[in-house]
Design a protein around this ligand. Structure first.
Ligand code: HDD
Length: 740
């Protein structure tokens, strides 16, 4: 109870008001108001992000209404008798149902399907020469939130579709939030943002039946890209293995546009941003992707969350390609303002400037991943935009879209969007205003709020637009002539790929165009391919059973860029998933040894057995993680078959097979799993009598990426070497056609 003298009598001041002082000089901004604090490692319900407590949110609390009223019953509506009608006065029922009725918000118009993660970015300081951005100074750690996405599919669509992937990063810097809103492909379909609704309408499902979902393999997409030939380069990247990443963790990211960095002295440099995955760039093969979309539509979302939960934190190095800020903004014949062009790394190396580590899963999908709002116009001092006409339109679109998606102009107050820098804006009111603003004068100039908030100069961390000369010009709707080259970079990309990857591109075009009904569309796309590469065109035409047209344009040859190929490198194996096929007759000591060896290298071993539970014999027991019913090859980067306790000859009895065919007696699900893994050029291995099972599944002994040995340890070591190379690429010329 308050003391009696605490009672306030209307009209009588309780104490003297503070003396009003006219401010005479600027002062540091006030600390953020509670509602403007940056997101903390707690969920909106107060439980720590990623901590086990999240599973028990609101633990020990009474259930209440939204107004805090404790409830005795939330299962039965208030009725006139047990069998009577429901009463309108049931305020709890109406609150519960009304809230439920409004739980969904409009999904993103593109990039609706996504997955997010929290992390940190640590800068190397190597960029400080070219930018004064504080978060890029030496050894600064900045919290980040990243959202990966597909572009075309709706929010509930499958992950492993052929599509471009979004790669958006929100850096919560001390100088304000910086968003790098990029893709996993360095070029874009269109040069002017004015065409964005056209390309999206063409690629989205047909307006009458709303099919196909999350696919580009349909007439309207190919109609558009074959007519609007500046889309050909991006389309070729989509038809390559880049269009079906193995994981969000194994994707490169690109800022796509050229940006302008400004250093402390005011000198400017043009740059392109690149994210390089420490895990290596790795993709699926098409048949694998199609199976995944049925077996596990959440494949990429699950993979990201599982890896983070297991402590295999994915990492990317951020790098920049730098170009002199010349008047023409060209670099070695490439127009830096044309977003359908990339600059090969062989011409301008990617220079590392920092490392991003994703180390925490979101606590609540809706609150964080769904409500996060990215915008290429969220800039910090030291990073500015260029006149790229695609970027210029994006600067309008992203702010605009949040207003309908997040229900008004106050989306920056949603916890995931709150800056970590102090916010002292003069924006007021509006839908979903959550701040209780004090003061009387949200305008400038004012004296009633002491002239606050003040404007900062560049020396106080203000964003100052780079003073750019704008040539005296006429108002017109047209592109520069340098934007007219639509084919040379598509050709460059195709000719830079290894023969296996080129084969995949041919198969992808043949599949997609094979799904188009209009022969005029197929013919027109073949014409575009003829201008890109005659052999590509001929192979696709042969697959479609159509004549290959002659090229109609003189396309300049550029030097190939081997760095765009995914084949040939080796990468860390941590986080890769290996299935161990075993049953009651397996040597469990060896199974355990394989599990330990894989685990020791940071890989995820999963034992696959006929039934769940445990495998036990001779006092040993091994936990089963997958059964023959729940497992499919697509979950694994490699498969091993455990040897039995009996000699190899016994295990193969009755299991002879002709090459390429499973033998009688072998469980068909195991045969399918092994033959699929083989066809998708994954490493497969077996020790002891397990080798007979591989042969029984039709896997040729001694083929590329097929490992045999006497014990689990030797097989695991060899398998790990193969996994580091991602696939047994040499197997593809033979198995490639089947794999696509
Ligand atoms: Fe966009 C979302 C990437 C061109 C309009 N875009 C969006 C997202 C990514 C990109 C990754 C998802 C953000 C998230 O996770 O919330 N977009 C790109 C890239 C482009 C590009 C790399 C070209 C280089 N976009 C582009 C243009 C326009 C848009 C030219 C409009 C003229 N994009 C949007 C949007 C979205 C969006 C409609 C939908 C949801 C959102 O913004 O927040 O405003």
């Amino acid at each position: 109870m308050p003391a009696e003298d605490d009672v306030v009598i209307p009209g009588v001041p309780s104490s003297e008001p503070p003396a009003f002082e006219e401010p005479t000089s600027p002062r540091e901004p006030l600390p953020p108001k509670p509602d403007q604090r940056g997101p903390e490692a707690v969920s909106p319900t107060g439980s720590p992000t990623g901590a086990p407590a999240t599973a028990r949110a609101q633990s020990g609390q009474y259930l209440t209404t939204a107004q805090g009223l404790r409830l005795q019953d939330t299962d039965h509506s208030l009725k006139a008798g047990a069998r009577g009608p429901i009463l309108l006065q049931d305020h709890h029922l109406r609150e519960k149902i009304t809230h439920f009725d409004h739980e969904r918000i409009p999904e993103r118009v593109v990039h609706a399907r996504g997955a997010g993660a929290h992390g940190v970015f640590r800068s190397y300081g190597t960029a400080s020469k070219v930018t004064r951005a504080g978060f890029l100074a030496a050894d600064v750690e900045t919290p980040v939130f990243v959202r990966f996405s597909t572009v075309l599919g709706s929010r509930g669509s499958a992950d492993a579709v052929r599509d471009t992937r979004g790669f958006s990063t929100k850096f919560y810097t001390d100088e304000g939030t910086y968003d790098l809103v990029g893709n996993n492909i360095p070029v874009f379909f269109i040069q002017d943002g004015m065409k964005f609704p056209d390309v999206v309408h063409a690629a989205k499902p047909h307006p009458d039946r709303e099919i196909p979902q999350a696919q580009s393999a349909h007439d309207t997409f190919w109609d558009f890209v074959s007519l609007h030939t500046e889309a050909q380069a991006h389309t070729l990247w989509n038809m390559s293995d880049r269009g079906i990443p193995r994981s969000y963790r194994t994707m490169e990211g690109f800022g796509v546009h050229t940006f302008r960095l400004v250093n402390a002295a005011g000198d400017t440099t043009l740059v392109k941003f690149h994210w390089k995955p420490k895990q290596g760039v790795h993709s699926l093969v098409w048949e694998e992707a199609q199976i995944i979309n049925g077996m596990d539509p959440d494949f990429h979302r699950r993979d990201l969350a599982d890896a983070i939960e297991a402590g295999a934190y994915p990492e990317w190095e951020l790098g920049i390609q730098t170009f002199p800020d010349t008047e023409d903004q060209m670099f070695q014949g490439i127009d830096l303002l044309d977003p359908t062009k990339f600059v090969p790394e062989e011409l301008a190396p990617v220079q590392p400037i920092g490392l991003m580590t994703l180390n925490a899963n979101p606590t609540n999908y809706f609150a964080e991943t769904e409500q996060v709002a990215f915008h290429p116009g969220h800039l910090v001092p030291g990073i500015d935009v260029t006149n790229d006409p695609l970027l210029q339109v994006r600067l309008f679109s992203y702010l605009d879209t949040q207003i309908s998606r997040l229900g008004g102009p106050n989306f920056a107050q949603i916890p995931i969007n709150r800056p970590h820098a102090p916010v002292n804006d003069m924006l007021r009111d509006g839908m979903h205003q959550a701040a209780v603003h004090g003061g009387a004068a949200p305008y400038r100039p004012n004296s009633l709020d002491g002239g606050c908030p003040f404007l900062a100069g560049q020396d106080m961390g203000a964003f100052v637009d780079v003073p750019q000369a704008v040539a005296e010009s006429i108002k017109e709707r047209r592109n520069p002539a340098s934007f007219d080259d639509h084919y040379s970079q598509a050709r460059l990309f195709f000719r830079s790929l290894s023969s296996v990857e080129q084969d995949h591109v041919i198969q992808a075009y043949t599949f997609e165009l094979g799904k188009c009904y209009e022969s005029a569309v197929r013919e027109r796309q073949l014409q575009a391919l003829a201008n890109i590469d005659a052999a590509l065109c001929a192979a696709v035409a042969a697959g479609l059973g159509m004549p290959a047209p002659e090229a109609t344009e003189q396309v300049p040859d550029r030097d190939p860029s081997p760095s765009v190929s995914q084949v040939g490198g080796t990468w860390p194996v941590a986080g890769r998933v290996v299935g161990i096929v075993a049953d009651a007759s397996s040597d469990l000591a060896e199974v355990e040894a394989a599990r330990k060896a894989l685990d020791g290298e940071g890989m995820v071993p999963l034992v696959i057995a006929p039934a769940g539970g445990t495998l036990s014999s001779d006092g040993l027991s091994v936990t089963v993680q997958r059964t023959f019913l729940t497992a499919r090859s697509t979950e694994f980067d490699a498969l091993m078959v455990a040897g039995g306790k009996q000699p190899a000859a016994d295990a193969s009895a009755g299991r002879d097979a002709k090459a390429g065919e499973p033998a009688d007696g072998l469980d068909p699900r195991v045969a399918l799993m092994l033959s699929e893994a083989y066809r998708h050029a994954k490493a497969v291995g077996a020790w002891g009598s397990g080798s007979a099972v591989l042969e029984a599944a039709g896997i040729p002994k001694g083929a590329a990426g097929v490992v045999g040995g006497n014990d689990a340890a030797s097989v695991t070591t060899e398998l790990s070497g193969l996994i580091a190379g991602h696939r047994a690429w040499d197997r593809f010329p033979a198995a490639g056609a089947a794999a696509e």
